[in-house]
Design a protein around this ligand. Structure first.
Ligand SMILES: [Zn+2]
Ligand SMILES: [Zn+2]
Ligand SMILES: [Zn+2]
Length: 741
């Protein structure tokens, strides 16, 4: 029999013979090792070859990847769909189906040695041995005492390393037999969670759950995905837990996706308190061994619930009944690199369709695309408009920072924010200050020539970091000492401008020397566990004010927080990107939602230079519908998503002329190859240079994304690589980009 196998780096299928040793043992979805041009590669057996190539001596499959069960057929289909939809190769998409370390065979099932006692009358043997071989007697008595079976490591720990000799003798005599058992690497090994009974649902939650139940039991052809639009603090997580419980009762499995940053120990504990050991987790903080073992537990059906980040949408379950995406608007659901640049929400929708599962999306600030689908009847909209216990949403005050300047206040804190901080801190309550820029000064400018000091590799201003007194590029990591004179004109009139979180922290400490301040951003959370440690200190009220970037905007539930300050809302508003307003609305709403979640009411102060901006006004009113109405009109007028799909092509390389020429060629390949949609560009990208490479981009637009993707593929196939002006130029393709910078 001949079979087709995929291999890395190419979209072709290769045909192999099945050796006799594997006859009858091969099922589609099986990972195999194959000889390939003098090397051994890992491939995936796709299915029998339709027509084996003629006149070619076929090679045999070398063997199976040990220890790895085949991938369920719907997932192989899902990988195929993902490759087509996001314009990657099929093998690149298949990589999503197995942890990298497992594919590279760098990790395997951990097995340990254990011993079993094999003596009928232990007492007699022990008393016989006691005099002439006391250690031997001790070993056998120990084995009898622990029930006849023990792990080697445990025996050595209890009886001392020197027991190894008597063990060897006992094995020779046949008193003990040795075996190997699999040992799970358990990410929760050190944590004990008390089971927690479910709380009573609010009437709104009851209604929402009833809607989800209806969809769960509906015939798949009539099943509508559910969008849960719930204000912050309205109890969405409890709703997810109830929905998962329903699906379990139906004998099916559930996948719950959560943004990576929200996958805190507290979050996972909530699931484990409800479902105990029936929960597996998949996220990047696991060790390779833990990830492999969790993957195996899912594959073998030992759990029925997976909680995980983006890639868990490919969890190797069979019989999935429910896929939940919490905070579905989060950009982290979009993969950036390596290809395929998939969006977990789209993949989840396709997986739900393939497997007849229900898709449930939840957010306080749904993505425009999702809410549009709810408005047009594709999704079923479920609203949670009230917080638990009818706690009010915190009032939001917009502070015009231009007024502050006019009144002579040059501080980064407005008078209103300082007053609110005074009150909060003297009442021994907690505050959160949010600013979506890290570092101390966000740029350094020469007053003589007006130049901002830029990264040598990127067209990006360098950020000043006070902690280690240097300039850093937040795109490529380049660092440099602070120059004493301007690199362009030699003037010494260098000014530091723009505040980042480091500066906020310092100013706060200057204003309130006795207040305990912690900062949470990429710089303070590089170490493993640092993120959780800061959150714990804040939860235990060892910290009064938490300063942070968007890391602090989601999922944090600290009842002691009564004040949230947005130090500058404009940072995301001015980006040259069509999602700038949406991003700003989401950030401000989410961070405002951290206030007043306990018994005491909260309030929010948002500082801005654009207090009249519609997105900020809507966020201040907690009015998603108003924001949506405004923004959807803008998107329709300009033919942006959700009214059109986009494909973002970025051409980059060190030689700018070659990059520009290639970008022109790409335009020609598409225009002359019959691409049916709009072609915008080429033009230098807003981030015109990154990591030493110049960047040009094109944006393709059209109504039907699958048709567009197929056309792009066909155009490039027809051009046979002749569009590349130099081999050093590379092209990246992003279908439905979340940003086009
Ligand atoms: Zn200068
Ligand atoms: Zn630094
Ligand atoms: Zn850089």
């Amino acid at each position: 029999m001949a079979v087709d196998v995929t291999a890395e780096g190419t979209d072709k299928l290769f045909t192999y013979l099945v050796p006799r040793s594997l006859a009858g043992r091969l099922t589609p979805g099986q990972w195999v090792r194959v000889p390939f041009g003098g090397r051994r590669l890992v491939g995936l057996y796709v299915g029998p070859a339709e027509r084996p190539p003629e006149g070619v001596a076929l090679k045999e499959i070398a063997g199976l990847l040990p220890d790895i069960p085949p991938i369920p057929a719907p997932l192989v289909q899902l990988a195929r769909w993902t490759a087509d939809r996001y314009l990657s190769t099929f093998p690149a998409a298949l990589r999503l189906l197995l942890p990298t370390e497992a594919r590279r065979q760098e990790v395997r099932t951990l097995t340990i040695t254990n011993y079993r006692l094999n003596v009928d009358d232990v007492e007699a043997l022990v008393s016989e041995l006691r005099r002439r071989a006391p250690r031997q007697a001790e070993l056998l008595a120990y084995m009898a005492r622990v029930g006849g079976e023990a792990e080697r490591a445990q025996v050595l720990a209890d009886l001392g390393e020197s027991i190894a000799g008597p063990i060897r003798v006992a094995l020779e005599k046949g008193w003990l037999t040795a075996g190997r058992v699999a040992r799970r690497r358990d990410p929760f090994a050190d944590e004990h969670v008390e089971p927690a009974p479910p709380p009573v649902l609010t009437p709104e939650q009851e209604q929402a759950l009833a809607s989800i139940r209806q969809e769960l039991i509906a015939p798949p052809a009539f099943r509508q995905p559910v969008l849960v639009h719930g204000v912050t603090g309205s109890g969405k997580t409890e709703l997810y837990l109830r929905a998962i419980a329903l699906v379990r009762e139906m004998g099916k499995n559930a996948i719950c996706l959560v943004p990576e940053i929200s996958l805190t120990p507290q979050m996972i504990q909530r699931f484990r308190a409800r479902f105990g050991g029936d929960v597996a987790v998949l996220h990047s903080a696991l060790s390779a061994g833990e990830r492999f073992d969790e993957w195996q537990r899912i594959r073998r059906g030992e759990v029925s619930i997976v909680v995980g980040a983006r890639s868990a949408v490919f969890a190797p379950f069979e019989n999935v009944g429910l896929i939940i995406i919490d905070e579905e608007h989060e950009q982290s659901y979009k993969q950036e690199a390596p290809p395929p640049a998939y969006h977990a929400r789209e993949v989840a929708a396709e997986r739900a369709r393939l497997e007849g599962a229900l898709l449930v999306l939840g957010s306080a600030t749904p993505a425009l695309e999702s809410f549009h689908l709810a408005q047009t009847g594709v999704y079923r909209l479920v609203s949670l408009g009230h917080r638990i216990d009818n706690r009010p949403l915190p009032p939001v005050t917009l502070v015009d920072m231009r007024e502050e300047l006019r009144a002579g206040n040059r501080s980064i804190f407005s008078r209103a924010l300082v007053e609110a901080l005074d009150q909060t801190l003297s009442a021994r309550e907690q505050a959160i200050l949010f600013l979506n820029r890290r570092g101390y000064n966000t740029f350094i400018m020469c007053r003589s020539c007006g130049e901002a000091i830029q990264c040598v590799h990127c067209a990006v201003a360098l950020t000043y970091h006070l902690g280690d007194d240097h300039l850093a590029c937040h795109y490529c990591g380049y660092t440099a000492p602070v120059p004493l004179v301007c690199p362009s004109c030699g003037s010494d009139k260098i000014r530091h401008l723009g505040a980042g979180t480091e500066r906020v922290e310092q100013e706060l400490q200057r204003l309130y020397p006795h207040v305990r301040v912690a900062r949470m951003d990429v710089d303070t959370t590089r170490r493993k566990g640092a993120h959780a440690a800061i959150l714990k200190r804040f939860a235990d009220h060892e910290v009064d004010v938490l300063v942070g970037t968007q890391m602090i905007t989601k999922g944090l539930d600290f009842p002691g927080v009564t004040l949230v300050g947005v130090v500058l809302a404009d940072t995301s508003l001015n980006l040259p990107d069509f999602r700038a307003a949406e991003r700003t609305f989401q950030l401000v709403t989410q961070v405002a939602g951290r206030a007043g979640r306990g018994d005491r009411p909260g309030r929010v102060i948002v500082q801005t230079y654009q207090p009249d901006h519609a997105a900020l006004q809507a966020a201040a009113e907690h009015d998603y519908h108003r924001f949506f109405a405004e923004e959807i009109r803008f998107r329709q007028e300009l033919d942006y998503p959700p009214f059109a799909h986009m494909i973002h092509l970025v051409i980059s390389g060190e030689d700018e002329a070659a990059v520009a020429a290639t970008a022109q060629n790409v335009h020609r390949v598409l225009a002359e190859g019959g691409f049916g949609g709009q072609i915008l560009g080429p033009a230098p990208a807003p981030l015109a240079k990154l990591r030493g490479k110049y960047r040009y981009h094109l944006v393709l637009k059209g109504p039907d994304v699958r048709a567009m993707a197929a056309e792009v593929k066909a155009c490039f196939a027809a051009a046979r690589g002749k569009w590349r002006a130099s081999r050093s130029v590379s092209l990246s393709v992003d279908v439905d980009p979340v940003s086009i910078l």
